[in-house]
Design a protein around this ligand. Structure first.
Ligand SMILES: Nc1ncnc2c1ncn2[C@@H]1O[C@H](COP(=O)(O)OP(=O)(O)OP(=O)(O)O)[C@@H](O)[C@H]1O
Ligand SMILES: [Mg+2]
Length: 456
């Protein structure tokens, strides 16, 4: 059941307290439903749990602790916040052990109440979104399962894809590296009218300049040295289907004019032939560079730009849709756990903060890599993410320029930290593992500001 964003069930036998609390929450935008006793709340919640629960701990008949037990059976994920009287701390701690989300000691400041309730609602919404996602993953694949995200920008992109998928209009997909341009191209194909035809992808950045023409247009036998048999080019090969020209900005200018002519005439001429071959192909292009400024710099032909850019789709960076970060992380972690046969891990609260504050220069691809490492890591869960995000190899040289010396320094620090973690701060053991004399180890630990006590 998807929860309402701010739904709160409030259970308290003290009428005055209940009404005052409900009013505070109501004024702050929460949708509150109140009950004077746990049994009637459970009668209602048995039907469906779609919000968080705040309950007084001490109540006649069924108390907050018993209610917590029933709720956890109904829905293990629902956050339950307990209101406790002064002196109930031991019971409250016990309740936390049994899965309560938090407790608030009475009398409380309204700010404290609102803060806890807001956090509980945020957490429940995320858990429920993830549950929905997992359920949908088991269903037949729709666009939502291919291009994942709940943010307004990604939902709009999905609508745009469906709007144009069925047409033959040429599409130019633009966005930073790793944002999902290739995923969008595939979706245009899979949800379009040509899905019975082929999907032919060409990475223009990976073809040597002298091979370009033959790759796209084909050649006849003997057309040039080494052409010992006829070869069909990609335009002809994609006949009836979709041709995806990835990284079109890397196409040499000399070839751009030929591609433009081919697109205008709707036919190609193989190298070494005079006979034009008509083709019927839908063209999709992608670029992570701004092609208009490439045009201005004389690196890309403007006439070709306007021909391929009949429909323009922009794929947002992860920074532009931070609300999708945790959802995507969970999705990739679930996938990785299944692929590598590892137990599923659920993200710890502290990790969420780390993920949200990272700036993701490599976008979804970087997030996917990190989620996979998270699942595969043998470190205790609370250390994993911090350790992965610190790893120097993630600072891919294409993403961030670092000198070799800096990278080695980072790496040295990482190795020392891992050894300290593994040896639980036992310096003698670290010396043995890394085969280092005590003095060298001391110097290095001082240089990297590592304190063995933190690892004990
Ligand atoms: N919205 C999304 N939902 C699910 N997976 C995604 C999404 N966006 C990207 N991915 C995954 O992230 C990775 C990178 O995506 P993709 O290769 O499409 O990026 P790109 O924009 O083409 O990058 P580049 O510019 O570097 O070629 C892929 O593994 C892809 O499956
Ligand atoms: Mg790509």
């Amino acid at each position: 059941m998807t929860p309402e964003a701010n739904k709160v069930y409030l259970i308290d036998d003290d009428t005055e307290m209940r009404e005052a609390t409900a009013q505070w929450l109501d004024l702050s935008g929460f949708v509150v439903q109140s009950f004077a006793d746990a049994a009637s709340a459970l009668d209602h919640l048995n039907e469906c749990v779609d919000g968080i629960v705040i309950s007084d701990l001490r109540m006649p008949k069924m108390d907050g602790m018993a209610l917590l037990g029933h709720l956890k059976e109904l829905d293990g994920d629902v956050p339950v916040v307990l209101l406790t009287a002064h002196g109930d701390v031991q019971m409250a701690v016990d309740a936390m052990r049994r899965g309560a989300y938090d407790f608030i000691e009475k009398p409380f400041e309204p700010e404290r109440l609102l803060d806890v309730v807001q956090r509980a609602c945020d957490k429940y919404r995320l858990v429920s979104e993830n549950r929905d996602l997992r359920r949908r993953l088991a269903e037949p694949v729709g666009l939502e399962q291919r291009l994942i995200g709940n943010s307004a920008v990604i939902r709009r992109l999905r609508d745009e894809i469906l709007d144009v998928a069925d047409t033959d209009a040429s599409v130019l997909i633009q966005g930073e590296t790793g944002t999902g341009k290739e995923v969008v191209a595939r979706c245009l194909y899979e949800f379009g009218a040509r899905k019975q035809g082929k999907y032919v992808a060409v990475n223009c950045g990976a073809i040597p300049e002298n091979m370009f023409e033959s790759e796209l247009f084909g050649h006849e036998r003997g057309a040039f040295t080494g052409a010992d048999r006829r070869r069909i080019g990609r335009f002809e090969y994609a006949q009836g289907g979709v041709l995806f020209l990835d990284e079109i900005g890397s196409m040499p200018l000399s070839l751009q004019v030929k591609v433009l002519r081919a697109l205008q005439e709707r036919e190609v001429v193989r190298i070494g032939s005079n006979a034009p071959q008509p083709f019927d192909v839908r063209l999709i292009c992608a670029s992570n560079r701004d092609l208009l400024s490439a045009c201005a710099a004389g690196k890309f032909r403007e006439d070709l730009y306007y021909r391929i850019n009949v429909v323009n789709l922009r794929v947002p960076s992860l920074r532009q849709r931070t609300e999708d970060i945790l959802l995507l992380f969970d999705y990739f972690a679930v996938q990785a756990a299944a692929a590598y046969n590892r137990p599923e891990v659920s993200l710890q609260d502290a990790d969420a903060g780390l993920l949200m504050s990272h700036d993701w220069p490599g976008n979804v691809r970087e997030l996917k890599n990190i989620a996979e490492r998270y699942v595969l890591s043998s470190l205790p869960q609370y250390q994993r993410l911090a350790s992965i995000l610190r790893q120097p190899e993630l600072k891919d040289s294409t993403l961030q320029r670092s000198s070799l010396q800096d990278l080695m320094k980072d790496h040295e620090r990482l190795l020392l930290e891992q050894a300290l973690l593994r040896c639980q701060g036992d310096v003698q053991a670290v010396m043995d593992v890394l085969d280092l004399p005590r003095r060298t180890l001391n110097e290095k630990m001082t240089r990297h500001q590592l304190d063995r006590k933190k690892y004990v």
